[in-house]
Write a new protein. Structure first.
Length: 155
């Protein structure tokens, strides 16, 4: 079993965009829910009270639900970040291995954490690395063969 991820934000660009969407949706949900509950309670409220009195009572009754929803908001954001690490983390790790492969022509085996999405992608990447290394070895062998036969190889 691999160690747990220590870093909360693996890719701030992707995870920041995801959090902004969650915040927008949460705010929209909160206000639509508040408006719906308050209007419904006001419209079907006590007929002996005025519309404004019913409205004030409804706002007061919704305030407890509103406080609870606001308290849950950071929990939802933290869970979103943690969950997004399961797909952002593997892509970040794969990008790192790709950069190593480009710059150094080799990279250690790519592995993802047990709970991460796209675990098959690491295996496929490792197969590509093996193929590249075999082709590099074949090119080196052919260059050696050419140079030993007196023909100069370019490139």
């Amino acid at each position: 079993m691999k160690r747990s991820r220590q870093q909360k934000f693996v890719d701030t660009h992707v995870q920041g965009a995801l959090l902004r969407r969650i915040v927008f949706h949460w705010i929209a949900f909160f206000f639509v829910t508040a408006l719906t509950v308050i209007l419904m309670k006001t419209l079907i409220g006590d007929m002996n009270l005025t519309f404004m009195e019913n409205m004030q009572n409804s706002v007061g009754e919704f305030s407890l639900v509103g406080v609870i929803l606001l308290c849950l908001f950071p929990v939802f954001l933290l869970d979103t970040v943690r969950f997004s690490n399961r797909f952002v983390g593997p892509i970040g790790r794969l990008r790192q291995h790709l950069q190593e492969l480009v710059n150094e022509k080799t990279t250690p085996k790519c592995t993802f954490r047990d709970n991460d999405f796209w675990s098959g992608m690491a295996q496929e990447f490792n197969q590509v690395v093996e193929l590249v290394q075999k082709q590099e070895a074949e090119i080196a062998r052919l260059k050696e063969q050419l140079s030993s036969s007196g023909v100069t190889a370019r490139g």
